[in-house]
Ligand binder design. Structure first.
Ligand SMILES: Nc1ncnc2c1ncn2[C@@H]1O[C@H](COP(=O)(O)OP(=O)(O)OP(=O)(O)O)[C@@H](O)[C@H]1O
Length: 256
């Protein structure tokens, strides 16, 4: 039987004295679309980075201690074949003064180093994937001139260029307008339908989680809930993770 896309067993991360993740265990089957929700500082990005094999801390708070086990398609994260995992980082804090073109960012997803010269085949692949995410017109634009939503599309194209089996996204809809957000989910769902890919996305938008994900993970250092959206996005589970559920969110939950 094929290994699940992601297997996490008793995984804990401690930055100095700070426990960022505690005994997280879960399995993500191949082809799932998992939305990860939780309050600020809940360890969501830490877990996503762990799946990329990047769990090392900054050392500013002391040494990082990691225990437990993670497997991505049956491999330790750092031994996963290149190209199997795509990553869309949070772009909101990005320094855009770096004098790069959008197409160079996309092609950098094919290589381990910066593409100072872009070959014909690389340009073709980058153009194709930019077109898929509705961003071909941005190819020759400088990063500094792109809006948050445009930059997000460029990074989505970068993450898709190698046609990954697992796509990890850190708040991909932040700063994106309503039309851009609908486009984002359309692209993700089309990619998933085309490749049978697995998607793991951090979001603060419970409504998006409810509509687009096949499963929701509620995380607050520990797993508070994991399962179908209609089961996990309930008042009890969310108030356990967030302390309380605000009025606007009561509406989203439909009073559950
Ligand atoms: N490299 C690091 N070194 C030390 N502490 C860190 C490091 N990375 C994260 N932390 C701390 O771990 C905690 C969890 O951070 P993380 O970024 O995973 O949270 P998050 O759930 O993604 O939050 P947000 O929703 O605000 O983006 C935070 O308190 C953060 O300060």
């Amino acid at each position: 039987m094929a290994a699940p896309a992601v297997e996490i067993e008793q995984y804990s991360v401690r930055f100095g004295e700070f426990q960022a993740l505690q005994e997280v265990s879960l399995e993500v089957p191949e082809g799932a679309f998992v939305a990860m929700v939780g309050p600020n500082g809940a360890g969501k990005s830490t877990l996503l980075k762990a799946l990329l094999g990047l769990e090392r801390g900054s050392m500013r708070d002391g040494p990082t201690r990691v225990t437990g086990r993670i497997r991505v398609f049956g491999h330790p994260p750092r031994e996963v074949p290149p190209g199997w995992v795509g990553y869309v980082p949070q772009v909101k804090g990005f320094d855009r003064s770096f004098p790069a073109l959008a197409i160079e960012v996309v092609v950098s997803g094919l290589r381990r180093h910066w593409p100072f010269r872009i070959g014909r085949e690389e340009r073709r692949q980058a153009s194709e994937v930019l077109e898929k995410v509705g961003a071909l017109h941005l190819a020759s634009r400088r990063l500094g001139g792109l809006s948050g939503g445009e930059l997000q599309r460029v990074y989505l194209a970068r993450s898709l260029i190698r046609q990954p089996r697992l796509l990890l996204l850190d708040e991909p809809a932040t700063g994106v307008d309503v039309v851009g957000e609908a486009d984002l989910y359309r692209h993700l769902e089309a990619y998933q339908a085309e490749r049978g890919a697995t998607i793991l996305m951090i979001t603060h938008d419970w409504e998006a989680a409810q509509h687009h994900a096949s499963a929701v993970l509620v995380l607050n250092r520990r797993v508070v809930g994991y399962g179908p959206p209609e089961k996990v996005l309930c008042h009890e589970c969310l108030s356990q993770a967030f302390g309380h559920v605000g009025h606007a969110h009561q509406v989203v939950l439909g009073g559950r």
